[in-house]
Design a binder for this molecule. Structure first.
Ligand SMILES: NC(=O)c1ccc[n+]([C@@H]2O[C@H](COP(=O)([O-])OP(=O)(O)OC[C@H]3O[C@@H](n4cnc5c(N)ncnc54)[C@H](O)[C@@H]3O)[C@@H](O)[C@H]2O)c1
Ligand SMILES: CC(=O)[C@H](C)O
Length: 258
């Protein structure tokens, strides 16, 4: 039987790498993808050393043509596509009054437009194949509740929820499920950068203070790790979630209640 095929954007590290590892263990053939070529090469080699069936493709999710080329690479390599995970994203830590065009353009291009372009590229392939498919995107607790100093980032994560809802309605007739995952506070390079930037913006903070403040709120009493997010994405990528679409599901250990 042909293995199912999944693309995970931004999967050279962090949550995306964790998602790729889990979907590999679920039996998917995997297309690793990232803008960071060096890290992507390292991760591809690591996966191949473990005997995983993977390929990799370097690209920039903010470029629509890159997203369509990514899907073409998957189909050229593995013959089909079944799951597309819009995971890649970037952050900015800025007081609202200092947010400028440059920040807005960067974050909306990657986090919002990149998710839409990935959705378009995946949906085009699913429609061509027939038989449906799954599109799963990275929102955040910041897509349910917006945070101080993370105004642009929070707005883009709300946009991910919005496009998820619209895409689920328009693509349902093709049996395409469109959902999103909303992680809380996970110990990745993204949070290392957020914490460092928070210290720069507020000299009263020491390294680690911001991370500690955010994670102190978590009901389950520990910060998130990639496996926690990968477990939810594995479910959303499986037939068990065939009757779920248009949803952004919080996986935050108990921080935001919606
Ligand atoms: N870490 C958290 O606490 C947290 C919480 C909620 C949501 N998220 C979301 O989960 C996703 C992954 O977060 P993470 O913590 O693993 O971040 P990360 O920065 O550790 O990893 C993100 C990866 O995306 C890649 N990337 C960045 N811009 C890209 C682009 N234009 N094209 C292709 N790849 C690009 C980076 O090179 C990196 O490898 C992001 O969308 C983030 O917003 C993270
Ligand atoms: C980075 C992120 O989405 C939350 C705020 O931890």
């Amino acid at each position: 039987m042909t293995e199912k095929v999944a693309i995970i954007t931004g999967s050279a590290g962090g949550l995306g790498k964790g998602i790729a590892e889990r979907l590999t263990n679920d039996g998917f053939d995997i297309v690793l993808h990232d803008i960071n070529q060096d890290l992507l090469n390292e991760t591809e080699a690591e996966f191949k050393d473990k005997g995983f069936k993977v390929t990799s493709f370097v690209g920039d999710v903010s470029k629509r043509e890159d997203q369509f080329a990514l899907v073409k690479h998957a189909v050229d390599t593995f013959g089909r596509l079944d799951v597309f995970v819009n995971n890649a994203g970037v952050e900015a830590v800025t007081p609202l009054m200092d947010i400028d065009q440059k920040e807005l353009s960067k974050l909306f291009s990657i986090n919002a437009f990149g998710m839409l372009f990935g959705t378009q590229a995946a949906a085009a392939q699913f429609i061509k194949q027939g038989g449906g498919g799954k599109i799963i995107s990275a929102s955040s607790i910041a897509g349910h509740e917006s945070y101080e100093m993370l105004g642009t980032y929070s707005a883009t994560k709300h946009v991910v929820r919005s496009f998820t809802q619209t895409a689920s309605k328009e693509l349902a007739k093709y049996k395409i499920n469109v959902n999103a995952y909303a992680p809380g506070v996970a110990k990745t390079k993204m949070w290392d950068r957020i914490d460092a930037e928070m210290v720069k913006q507020d000299p009263s903070l020491k390294p680690g203070d911001a991370f500690a403040k955010y994670t102190a709120e978590i009901s389950l009493g520990r910060y998130e790790v990639p496996t926690d997010v990968a477990n939810l994405v594995s479910f959303l990528a499986s037939p068990d979630s065939d009757y779920i679409t248009g949803q952004t599901i919080l996986v935050d250990g108990g921080m935001v209640y919606r």
